[in-house]
Write a protein that binds this ligand. Structure first.
Ligand SMILES: NC(=O)c1ccc[n+]([C@@H]2O[C@H](COP(=O)([O-])OP(=O)(O)OC[C@H]3O[C@@H](n4cnc5c(N)ncnc54)[C@H](O)[C@@H]3O)[C@@H](O)[C@H]2O)c1
Length: 468
């Protein structure tokens, strides 16, 4: 099949790479010249510098004959004469100032341009049937909007499909090669047929559920899946974690053993963290709440999950003053990890964004940051030529360099290598010193560090006052 991808972000680039690997002929279009240049460079280092995803570089290079990268719309227009499906992989962030409404501007701009060019395909004859596939996470009734847009420009011979993406950042390639489910929402058998050809490799798979539903069910399924996962995290952080932070002799890891032994409770999401960040959970839950409220239905539980996630982050930060009597003013602070989670360079809704802003408000003297891959993305958000307050932020090439000469550190990302931070801290930050562990990366070392005189504030633990 010939497939056009519009948008080469985490979803577009990973999905396009896997489709090319499945033997389809793929054109990947984006407006971002630098990104397209890097993704098409056949150089793993350059590919990872824009999208850090395990296996993406290898799969793009392996399939370079099946995938073309472009920012040139005339190439896109030419491809439309022959294309079977157009996968729309545009950002759908939360609209500024409207709690939860999706900002569909990127989608509309790309879809209008697509419609104008689809109308002209084959010199206006438009003979070939084409399916416009919403892979972006969109509102439940989006199919009507997409269809309306195509019709407005006189596009004929088309269908609209909702095929939500369930990838997990950091494991996107593995997840797209071995998905647990493929969800296709369509209105016509003709559209299901095209999608079955595109996903032929999964149709008879014993491990992949191939689910055909309405476009509305597909879009709702994506929003609800993210809400349920987010809800699980919020409950673990804000209820289980809170119990462990407030009762003597209640250890988070021991509670996890007790609770996850019950098959009905399950393992997923049973960790403690300063925040559930990333580009999806927060905005998708907010979008779900907004859509319910818009039609006059209550969304209290959805909003509560969003609130408790923010509370978790703010509460963790406030414990330094409240429990350790730590005064932030004029302190030097190390931040270890700015990616929203391990194995990605994505910093969207990372806890570090809000924490850095809070530190600046508190009047700290210096913020010393280290992250193995996400610092370039983070730097772009804190440009000191735009805001002089950001001049106190410095970036370092190792956790050790970031820690030297600081008064406290905040561990905000669960990079596996941070489990060895105890040794580094002992080597360069002599006690008394405050460790703020937002990921329980040092939980096995807490006792030893406390006995050496370190004060420790961790999510999921009572304040541990240094014993020396
Ligand atoms: N990132 C995830 O883990 C994930 C998972 C599932 C679903 N989603 C959803 O998929 C969608 C895309 O997410 P993402 O993480 O890939 O976003 P992203 O920001 O990484 O990528 C979006 C890309 O679209 C490009 N773009 C913007 N306007 C364009 C236009 N007019 N024409 C062509 N390209 C344009 C941008 O340059 C960018 O490269 C969102 O709706 C998101 O909610 C994301």
């Amino acid at each position: 099949m010939k497939i056009l991808y519009v948008g080469a972000g985490f979803v577009g680039a990973c999905s396009a790479a896997v489709m090319a690997d499945a033997g389809h002929d793929v054109l990947l279009y984006d407006i971002d010249e630098e990104k397209i240049k890097k993704l098409g460079s056949n150089d793993i280092g350059l590919i990872e510098s824009c999208l850090f995803e395990d296996g993406l570089g290898d799969i793009l290079i392996k399939n370079k004959n099946n995938i073309t990268f472009t920012t040139n719309y005339s190439e896109v227009a030419k491809c439309l004469d022959l294309v079977d499906a157009v996968f729309m992989c545009l950002p759908t962030p939360e609209k500024d100032g409207v709690a939860g409404q999706s900002d569909l501007t990127y989608y509309h701009i790309a879809a209008e341009k697509l419609a104008q060019n689809l109308e002209k395909r084959n010199n206006g004859l438009q003979s070939k049937y084409v399916v416009v596939v919403n892979k972006s996470t969109v509102p439940i009734a989006m199919v009507d909007e997409t269809r309306g847009l195509m019709e407005k420009y006189g596009v004929k011979n088309f269908g609209v499909v909702s095929n939500p993406e369930f990838l997990i950042e950091g494991k996107a390639i593995f997840g797209s090669v071995h998905p647990d489910r493929v969800v296709v929402g369509a209105e016509k058998e003709e559209d299901f047929k095209v999608m079955r050809q595109i996903y032929a490799r999964f149709l008879n798979s014993s491990s992949v559920k191939y689910i055909e539903v309405t476009p509305e069910e597909a879009a709702a399924g994506k929003l609800l899946a993210n809400y349920l996962l987010f809800n699980r995290l919020a409950v673990t952080f804000d209820v289980v974690g809170r119990v462990c932070e407030n009762f003597d002799n209640v250890n988070f890891e021991n509670l996890r053993k007790i609770l996850t032994s019950d098959g009905r409770i399950g393992n997923w999401g049973f960790y403690d963290s300063v925040y559930a960040g990333g580009s999806c959970f927060i905005k998708d839950a907010a979008s779900l709440a907004y859509q319910l409220e818009e039609i006059g239905v209550g969304s209290g539980l959805v909003r509560q999950v969003l609130n408790s996630n923010n509370f978790q982050r703010d509460n963790f930060f406030s414990r330094a003053e409240k429990e350790a009597g730590f005064v932030w003013k004029d302190k030097k602070v190390a931040i270890l990890g700015v990616a929203f989670k391990q194995n990605t360079n994505d910093v969207r809704n990372s806890s570090a964004i809000n924490v850095v802003k809070s530190l600046i408000e508190k009047g700290v003297k210096e913020i010393k940051i280290y992250d193995p891959v996400a610092m370039p993305m983070f730097k772009a958000l804190f440009d000191s030529s735009e805001n002089l307050d950001y001049k106190i932020i410095d970036y370092f090439n190792s956790e050790k360099e970031a820690l030297i000469n600081t008064d406290t550190c905040l561990i905000l990302t669960d990079w596996p290598k941070f489990m060895a931070l105890g040794e580094v801290i002992k080597s360069v930050c002599p006690a008394p010193y405050l460790i703020m562990d937002g990921r329980r990366m040092l939980s096995v070392d807490f006792k030893e560090l406390q006995n050496l005189g370190y004060d420790i504030i961790s999510v999921g633990s009572l304040f541990l006052k240094g014993k020396k």
